[in-house]
Design a protein around this ligand. Structure first.
Ligand code: NJP
Length: 237
Protein backbone atom coordinates (compact mmCIF):
# COMPACT_ATOMS: atom_id res chain seq x y z
CA UNK A 1 0.00 0.00 0.00
CA UNK A 2 1.08 3.59 -0.59
CA UNK A 3 3.10 5.20 2.16
CA UNK A 4 1.63 8.46 3.43
CA UNK A 5 3.19 11.64 4.77
CA UNK A 6 1.73 14.65 6.56
CA UNK A 7 3.48 18.01 6.15
CA UNK A 8 2.33 20.97 8.25
CA UNK A 9 2.98 24.48 6.97
CA UNK A 10 3.18 23.25 3.39
CA UNK A 11 1.89 26.44 1.74
CA UNK A 12 5.40 27.89 1.34
CA UNK A 13 9.11 27.45 1.97
CA UNK A 14 10.51 24.30 3.56
CA UNK A 15 7.10 22.64 3.94
CA UNK A 16 6.15 23.09 0.30
CA UNK A 17 9.54 21.81 -0.93
CA UNK A 18 9.30 18.84 1.44
CA UNK A 19 5.84 17.91 0.18
CA UNK A 20 7.16 17.94 -3.39
CA UNK A 21 10.21 15.87 -2.39
CA UNK A 22 8.22 13.20 -0.55
CA UNK A 23 5.66 12.98 -3.38
CA UNK A 24 8.55 12.42 -5.77
CA UNK A 25 9.69 9.58 -3.50
CA UNK A 26 6.29 7.93 -3.87
CA UNK A 27 4.42 9.16 -0.79
CA UNK A 28 0.82 10.29 -0.79
CA UNK A 29 1.24 13.64 0.94
CA UNK A 30 -1.39 15.42 3.05
CA UNK A 31 -0.50 19.12 3.03
CA UNK A 32 -1.84 21.47 5.73
CA UNK A 33 -1.69 25.24 6.32
CA UNK A 34 -4.00 28.24 6.56
CA UNK A 35 -3.54 29.47 2.95
CA UNK A 36 -5.67 26.79 1.32
CA UNK A 37 -5.52 28.29 -2.21
CA UNK A 38 -1.78 27.61 -2.31
CA UNK A 39 -2.23 24.12 -0.87
CA UNK A 40 -4.80 23.17 -3.47
CA UNK A 41 -2.48 24.20 -6.28
CA UNK A 42 0.36 22.21 -4.71
CA UNK A 43 -1.79 19.13 -4.05
CA UNK A 44 -2.97 19.12 -7.67
CA UNK A 45 0.65 19.22 -8.85
CA UNK A 46 1.90 16.40 -6.62
CA UNK A 47 -1.21 14.23 -6.51
CA UNK A 48 -1.66 14.83 -2.79
CA UNK A 49 -4.45 16.04 -0.52
CA UNK A 50 -4.89 19.65 0.58
CA UNK A 51 -6.45 20.23 4.00
CA UNK A 52 -6.97 23.49 5.87
CA UNK A 53 -4.96 23.62 9.09
CA UNK A 54 -4.35 26.18 11.79
CA UNK A 55 -2.04 24.50 14.32
CA UNK A 56 -3.01 27.08 16.95
CA UNK A 57 -6.68 26.05 16.78
CA UNK A 58 -7.84 22.85 18.50
CA UNK A 59 -10.92 22.41 16.26
CA UNK A 60 -8.89 22.93 13.10
CA UNK A 61 -6.33 20.33 14.22
CA UNK A 62 -9.13 17.87 14.95
CA UNK A 63 -10.77 18.36 11.53
CA UNK A 64 -7.34 18.04 9.86
CA UNK A 65 -6.31 14.85 11.64
CA UNK A 66 -9.80 13.28 11.32
CA UNK A 67 -9.49 13.60 7.53
CA UNK A 68 -6.23 11.60 7.45
CA UNK A 69 -5.99 7.81 7.13
CA UNK A 70 -2.75 5.95 7.78
CA UNK A 71 0.38 7.97 8.50
CA UNK A 72 3.99 6.85 8.01
CA UNK A 73 5.73 10.23 8.13
CA UNK A 74 4.84 13.40 10.03
CA UNK A 75 6.83 16.54 9.28
CA UNK A 76 6.27 19.14 12.00
CA UNK A 77 7.25 22.16 9.97
CA UNK A 78 4.61 24.84 10.63
CA UNK A 79 6.29 27.60 12.59
CA UNK A 80 8.05 30.87 12.44
CA UNK A 81 9.21 34.03 14.19
CA UNK A 82 7.64 37.41 14.88
CA UNK A 83 9.49 40.56 15.82
CA UNK A 84 12.99 41.08 17.11
CA UNK A 85 13.44 42.73 20.47
CA UNK A 86 15.50 42.65 23.63
CA UNK A 87 14.02 40.92 26.64
CA UNK A 88 13.45 44.38 28.11
CA UNK A 89 11.28 45.29 25.10
CA UNK A 90 9.64 41.87 24.62
CA UNK A 91 6.21 41.96 22.99
CA UNK A 92 3.93 39.48 24.75
CA UNK A 93 1.68 39.09 21.70
CA UNK A 94 4.69 38.11 19.55
CA UNK A 95 5.77 35.62 22.21
CA UNK A 96 2.27 34.11 22.38
CA UNK A 97 2.19 33.73 18.57
CA UNK A 98 5.59 31.98 18.54
CA UNK A 99 4.78 29.64 21.42
CA UNK A 100 1.31 28.81 20.09
CA UNK A 101 2.63 28.08 16.59
CA UNK A 102 5.99 26.38 17.17
CA UNK A 103 5.48 24.66 20.53
CA UNK A 104 1.78 24.01 21.13
CA UNK A 105 1.19 23.58 17.39
CA UNK A 106 3.74 20.76 17.28
CA UNK A 107 2.25 19.22 20.43
CA UNK A 108 -1.36 19.33 19.15
CA UNK A 109 -0.60 17.60 15.84
CA UNK A 110 1.90 15.09 17.21
CA UNK A 111 -0.36 13.97 20.07
CA UNK A 112 -3.23 13.11 17.76
CA UNK A 113 -1.20 11.42 15.01
CA UNK A 114 1.03 9.38 17.34
CA UNK A 115 -1.24 6.29 17.45
CA UNK A 116 -1.36 6.21 13.65
CA UNK A 117 2.42 6.56 13.38
CA UNK A 118 2.90 3.67 15.81
CA UNK A 119 0.25 1.55 14.05
CA UNK A 120 2.03 2.05 10.73
CA UNK A 121 4.81 -0.24 11.97
CA UNK A 122 7.44 2.14 10.56
CA UNK A 123 6.71 5.71 11.57
CA UNK A 124 8.90 8.78 11.30
CA UNK A 125 8.50 12.18 12.95
CA UNK A 126 10.66 14.98 11.58
CA UNK A 127 10.54 18.25 13.52
CA UNK A 128 11.96 21.43 12.01
CA UNK A 129 13.52 23.29 14.90
CA UNK A 130 16.32 25.80 14.34
CA UNK A 131 19.86 26.75 15.21
CA UNK A 132 17.86 28.98 17.60
CA UNK A 133 17.06 25.76 19.50
CA UNK A 134 20.77 25.28 20.20
CA UNK A 135 21.80 28.56 21.79
CA UNK A 136 20.62 32.01 22.86
CA UNK A 137 20.63 34.95 20.42
CA UNK A 138 20.48 38.59 21.47
CA UNK A 139 17.17 40.20 20.42
CA UNK A 140 15.65 36.83 19.66
CA UNK A 141 14.48 35.46 23.00
CA UNK A 142 10.86 34.89 21.97
CA UNK A 143 11.90 32.69 19.06
CA UNK A 144 14.85 30.98 20.78
CA UNK A 145 12.77 30.02 23.82
CA UNK A 146 9.98 28.67 21.61
CA UNK A 147 12.39 26.69 19.42
CA UNK A 148 14.21 25.32 22.49
CA UNK A 149 10.86 24.17 23.90
CA UNK A 150 9.80 22.62 20.60
CA UNK A 151 13.14 20.78 20.39
CA UNK A 152 12.87 19.44 23.95
CA UNK A 153 9.31 18.28 23.27
CA UNK A 154 10.62 16.34 20.25
CA UNK A 155 13.62 14.90 22.18
CA UNK A 156 11.36 13.87 25.08
CA UNK A 157 9.21 11.91 22.66
CA UNK A 158 12.34 10.21 21.31
CA UNK A 159 12.90 8.74 24.78
CA UNK A 160 9.24 7.97 25.46
CA UNK A 161 8.89 6.06 22.19
CA UNK A 162 11.94 3.82 22.59
CA UNK A 163 10.84 0.29 21.72
CA UNK A 164 8.06 1.56 19.44
CA UNK A 165 8.37 1.48 15.65
CA UNK A 166 8.73 5.25 15.32
CA UNK A 167 11.88 7.14 14.41
CA UNK A 168 12.42 10.79 15.34
CA UNK A 169 14.65 13.28 13.58
CA UNK A 170 15.21 16.88 14.59
CA UNK A 171 16.41 19.17 11.82
CA UNK A 172 17.93 22.47 12.94
CA UNK A 173 18.41 24.82 9.99
CA UNK A 174 20.35 28.07 9.84
CA UNK A 175 19.27 30.76 7.37
CA UNK A 176 16.96 29.44 4.63
CA UNK A 177 15.56 31.86 2.04
CA UNK A 178 11.77 31.49 2.42
CA UNK A 179 8.90 33.71 3.56
CA UNK A 180 10.19 33.26 7.13
CA UNK A 181 11.83 36.71 7.35
CA UNK A 182 8.85 38.38 5.72
CA UNK A 183 6.58 36.91 8.39
CA UNK A 184 9.09 37.82 11.10
CA UNK A 185 9.09 41.49 10.05
CA UNK A 186 5.33 41.66 9.33
CA UNK A 187 5.73 41.92 5.55
CA UNK A 188 8.53 44.54 5.55
CA UNK A 189 10.49 43.39 2.48
CA UNK A 190 13.50 45.65 3.09
CA UNK A 191 14.10 44.38 6.60
CA UNK A 192 13.52 40.81 5.45
CA UNK A 193 16.09 41.08 2.63
CA UNK A 194 18.76 42.36 5.07
CA UNK A 195 18.74 39.04 6.92
CA UNK A 196 20.65 37.43 4.05
CA UNK A 197 23.29 40.20 3.71
CA UNK A 198 26.75 38.67 3.43
CA UNK A 199 25.64 35.04 3.31
CA UNK A 200 24.47 32.82 0.50
CA UNK A 201 21.46 31.30 2.29
CA UNK A 202 20.16 27.77 2.03
CA UNK A 203 17.08 27.24 -0.11
CA UNK A 204 14.04 25.21 0.93
CA UNK A 205 15.01 22.38 -1.43
CA UNK A 206 18.27 21.88 0.54
CA UNK A 207 16.23 20.96 3.63
CA UNK A 208 13.64 18.98 1.65
CA UNK A 209 16.35 16.74 0.18
CA UNK A 210 17.70 16.02 3.66
CA UNK A 211 14.20 15.06 4.84
CA UNK A 212 13.89 12.83 1.77
CA UNK A 213 17.18 11.18 2.71
CA UNK A 214 16.06 10.66 6.33
CA UNK A 215 12.76 9.12 5.19
CA UNK A 216 14.53 6.71 2.86
CA UNK A 217 16.81 5.15 5.52
CA UNK A 218 15.92 1.60 6.61
CA UNK A 219 13.64 1.30 9.70
CA UNK A 220 16.49 0.56 12.15
CA UNK A 221 18.39 3.78 11.33
CA UNK A 222 17.53 6.84 13.43
CA UNK A 223 19.14 10.15 12.49
CA UNK A 224 18.64 11.97 15.79
CA UNK A 225 19.63 15.51 14.96
CA UNK A 226 20.83 17.28 11.83
CA UNK A 227 22.20 20.81 11.96
CA UNK A 228 22.44 22.44 8.55
CA UNK A 229 23.68 25.94 7.84
CA UNK A 230 24.83 27.99 4.88
CA UNK A 231 28.59 27.60 4.46
CA UNK A 232 29.24 31.24 5.37
CA UNK A 233 26.92 31.43 8.37
CA UNK A 234 28.91 32.08 11.53
CA UNK A 235 29.06 29.52 14.32
CA UNK A 236 26.95 31.81 16.49
CA UNK A 237 24.32 32.78 13.97
O1 NJP B 1 8.99 29.72 6.47
P1 NJP B 1 7.66 30.09 5.68
P2 NJP B 1 9.96 28.43 6.44
N1 NJP B 1 -1.06 26.83 11.23
O2 NJP B 1 7.16 31.32 6.36
C1 NJP B 1 2.84 27.78 8.11
C2 NJP B 1 11.86 26.92 10.58
N2 NJP B 1 13.10 27.65 10.32
O3 NJP B 1 9.62 27.49 5.38
O4 NJP B 1 -0.66 28.95 7.48
C3 NJP B 1 -0.61 26.15 10.18
O5 NJP B 1 7.89 30.12 4.21
C4 NJP B 1 2.70 28.76 6.96
O6 NJP B 1 1.44 28.54 6.29
P3 NJP B 1 0.15 29.51 6.38
C5 NJP B 1 10.69 27.80 10.96
O7 NJP B 1 10.71 28.18 12.32
C6 NJP B 1 13.23 28.46 9.24
O8 NJP B 1 11.32 28.94 6.51
O9 NJP B 1 -0.49 29.32 5.03
N3 NJP B 1 0.46 26.51 9.46
C7 NJP B 1 3.83 28.33 6.06
O10 NJP B 1 3.41 27.29 5.20
C8 NJP B 1 9.53 26.86 10.65
O11 NJP B 1 9.27 26.00 11.73
C9 NJP B 1 14.43 29.17 9.04
O12 NJP B 1 0.65 30.90 6.63
C10 NJP B 1 1.09 27.63 9.83
C11 NJP B 1 4.87 27.78 7.03
O13 NJP B 1 4.22 27.62 8.31
C12 NJP B 1 10.05 26.05 9.47
O14 NJP B 1 11.44 26.27 9.41
C13 NJP B 1 15.46 29.02 9.93
C14 NJP B 1 0.69 28.40 10.93
C15 NJP B 1 6.03 28.72 7.21
O15 NJP B 1 6.68 28.87 5.98
C16 NJP B 1 9.45 26.43 8.11
O16 NJP B 1 9.61 27.82 7.87
C17 NJP B 1 15.31 28.20 11.02
C18 NJP B 1 -0.44 27.96 11.64
N4 NJP B 1 -0.93 28.63 12.69
C19 NJP B 1 14.13 27.51 11.20
N5 NJP B 1 1.53 29.46 11.04
C20 NJP B 1 14.66 30.09 7.89
N6 NJP B 1 13.78 30.13 6.90
O17 NJP B 1 15.67 30.80 7.87
C21 NJP B 1 2.42 29.36 10.04
O18 NJP B 1 16.33 28.10 11.87
N7 NJP B 1 2.17 28.26 9.31
Amino acid sequence: STRTAVVTGASSGIGEATARQLAEQGYHVYVGARRVDRLEKLAAEIGGTALPLDVTDEDSVKAFTDAIGNVNVLVNNAGGAKGMATVADADLDDWRWMWETNVLGTLRITKVLLPKLIASGDGLIVTITSVAALQAYDNGSGYTTAKHAQAVLHRTLRGELLGQPVRLTEIAPGAVETEFSLVRFNGDEQRAAKVYDGIDPLVAQDIAEIIGFVASRPPHVNLDQIIVKPRDQAEAG
